[in-house]
Design a protein around this ligand. Structure first.
Ligand SMILES: [Zn+2]
Length: 389
């Protein structure tokens, strides 16, 4: 706790003269502070603080206090510094207040008006895509979310080449004074991969937000193309240490070089059929999926805790960690898709039943996409424009 300011204020003008004189103090939360602890350190007794905190709880749980949060206290200067109320801004643009009223306490929140802006980020692929996206101006959390979405579509070690480029359109929310309240979502990402265009558009239906191609087909594939934490996978070019093999007659799978310990994901929903050592594969997990297709993940350093034959996994669940067990020259994941027991090429395997937007959703999606395309055509990199919802 740190008291940074103490100031006497006038009694509220609309109140009768008998109202107490209020003192305002600003407390700044430090690591480990809860609202209860912060008030205690300011000399407010628990019996007095508790009803106020309880009234505020639906709007602000006392443990949600973060280091740096400022809590403004109003105390009765003429009446033993009794607590009259407190106020804080848990998120930019959202102010919660609790005030003594009658015999009890009343809490309320005020939200400042949020204005939506669109920003364009543009860059080239020159190594780790995550770093490239950040250097282009994308906030790290948005870059990570995009990379996760792309793991459905892109083989991060074979599909990205020097000279490939990307364009990302994302939201910023500002208050009416132009202060940044928060970043929103990525609404569009376009990739130029060796001349091939990949275009993703975010759209929200009743079932939630998802990524679609320009025609409104869901990009959610049955199998992840990159079944590991792709933010830790650098693109294949420029890699010297480990051979990163693609699918050939001699190599029935694809390899992903990544630091030892990188989380490996289930490529699709399924049931575990093997957790154990399998010859040259080293520590291996094998999954069976709908339709009888199987996937195999080899050379792992470790399995996910509790994973055993018969366990059910969801797409994206961590099943193990990258290692170099078995016949491996360095840490990498060897990934196979097996149809009818035979390895098939993940790049050309289409086991998908892709969902497509229809009816009113499709019409709204296409209209929103056209609006965004006009902005895309007009904006320069890192240029920002106010846009309606
Ligand atoms: Zn391999």
């Amino acid at each position: 706790m740190l008291a940074v300011a103490t100031a006497a204020t006038q009694p509220a003008t609309t109140r009768p003269a008998a109202q107490p004189t209020a003192t305002t103090r600003v407390l700044v939360a430090r690591r480990g502070d809860t609202l209860t602890r912060l008030l205690a350190s300011a000399g407010i007794e628990a019996a007095e603080a508790e009803p106020a905190i309880a009234a505020l709880r639906p709007l602000f749980p006392p443990r949600a206090l973060q280091p740096g949060h400022e809590v403004t206290l109003r105390q009765d200067a003429a009446g033993d510094d009794a607590l009259l109320g407190l106020e804080l801004e848990p998120q930019p643009g959202r102010i919660v207040t609790v005030l003594r009223s009658g015999g009890g306490w009343t809490a309320r929140e005020a939200l400042s008006e949020q204005r939506r802006h669109l920003v364009l980020a543009h860059g080239e692929v020159s190594g780790a895509l995550f770093e490239n996206l950040k250097s282009a101006g994308l906030p790290p959390s948005l870059a990570l979310g995009l990379i996760r979405a792309l793991a459905h579509e892109i083989d991060f070690q074979r599909d990205l080449q020097p000279g490939d480029s990307f364009t990302v359109l994302f939201e910023r929310f500002r208050d009416p004074d132009g202060e940044l309240l928060r970043h929103g979502e990525i609404v569009h990402a376009g990739f130029n991969l060796s001349g091939q265009r990949l275009s993703l558009w975010r759209y929200e239906t009743e079932d939630g937000a998802d990524w679609y191609d320009a025609e409104g087909r869901s990009l959610r594939r049955a199998f992840l193309r990159t079944p590991l934490d792709s933010a830790r996978v650098t693109s294949g070019f420029g890699m010297r240490q480990h051979p990163v093999l693609g699918f050939t007659r001699m190599h029935q799978g694809v390899d992903f070089a990544a630091p030892a310990g990188t989380p490996v994901y289930a490529a699709a929903d399924g049931v575990v059929t093997l957790v154990g050592t399998a010859g040259g594969y080293g520590r291996t997990v094998r999954l069976r999926h709908a339709g009888g297709t199987e996937t195999r993940y080899a050379h792992l350093s470790a399995y996910a805790r509790g994973l055993r034959s018969g366990s059910r996994v969801r797409q994206g669940d961590v099943i193990g960690r990258v290692g170099s067990t078995g016949m491996a020259t360095g840490p990498h994941l060897h990934y196979e898709i097996l149809a009818d027991g035979r390895a098939v090429n993940p790049a050309t395997t289409h086991t998908d039943t892709t969902a497509r937007l229809t009816g009113r959703d499709l019409a709204a999606f296409l209209a929103a996409r056209r609006d965004l395309q006009t902005w895309l055509a007009r904006l320069e990199p890192m240029q920002e424009v106010a846009a309606a919802d």
